[in-house]
Design a protein around this ligand. Sequence first.
Ligand code: NAG
Ligand code: CA
Ligand code: CA
Length: 328
Amino acid sequence: MRVWIVFLLCLAGHALAAPTEEEPIVEEVVVEDAVVEVPFEEYPIVEEEPIVEEEPIEEETIQEEEVEVGANPVQVETGEFDEAIEVVEDVIAENPCLNHHCKKGKVCEVDESNSPMCVCQDPSTCPDSVGEFEHVCGTDNKTYDSSCHFFATKCSLEGTKKGHKLHLDYIGPCKFIAPCVDSELTEFPMRMRDWLKNVLVTLFERDEDNNLLTEKQKLRVKKIYENEKRLQAGDHTMDLLAHDFEKNYNMYIFPVHWQFGQLDQHPIDGYLSHTELSPLRAPLIPMEHCTTRFFEQCDADNDKYIALEEWANCFGIKEQDVDKDLVI
Ligand SMILES: *[C@@H]1O[C@H](CO)[C@@H](O)[C@H](O)[C@H]1NC(C)=O
Ligand SMILES: [Ca+2]
Ligand SMILES: [Ca+2]
């Protein structure tokens, strides 16, 4: 479907537009963790810049949460191997904030006892946005200049009901989004699972030494890749997509699980929060007006989290084929 390609182009544009953006280490890790959406054949591999929105945290647990983020082994490695250790130690002695990471919307400040702490960022200290594409739309249907402005504003509302409910909804200025009718809602997962399969195959084709996929994942994708019956990427009719799903059902099981695993990272618990879903949702909503409704109905028990079982079910994967081991 054309629109998926547009989505990928958009991601590509986004990544190219801000390739040198300075991100704290926490963000770099998130990049690794986030979905690496790879366009179909004709586009280069691009890492999506994830829009990761932290869940509101109760006051008492803030410290704990930050420690948890800092303890991510991948992150520790990135930090440690990037810089000469002596230099890091010197710097720590001078400025306790240098190695202290705050979640989005917060910045580090030193208190009287020279201990680092995270405080809400003043939105006016956010870099000016360069263009409309940096604007984001909140779930309050208000346009924010950039995700920095959004998270700083959200932080200032921490502890309030309003702040708790406010999430980053999508990338770009708020706009009218046409209601999603039932027939369109049915088509959405059919196109998405086809796309997920193609993304994985493309990742596999281009992987070589990029380590975009783990060895285990490669083995699984190889089977799909080498299957001669595989439906090639293209602009297919719903009838063909439905037919292929029936005929080649097994090829779709892994891609659906894989995407779940890409998103279920903060924390890895078999549930997707609004925050975890954001890297997938946020770029998609402006182009696919059924996105919001799709993920809403995907949360069948309405607990605001999408469990693996719920996720698989949304894409037509049978209950007996849901397998936690496929996610890893
Ligand atoms: C959100 O804001 C946009 C632009 O201001 C407007 O066109 C749209 O109708 C609003 N949507 C809702 C649900 O209020
Ligand atoms: Ca999770
Ligand atoms: Ca749920």
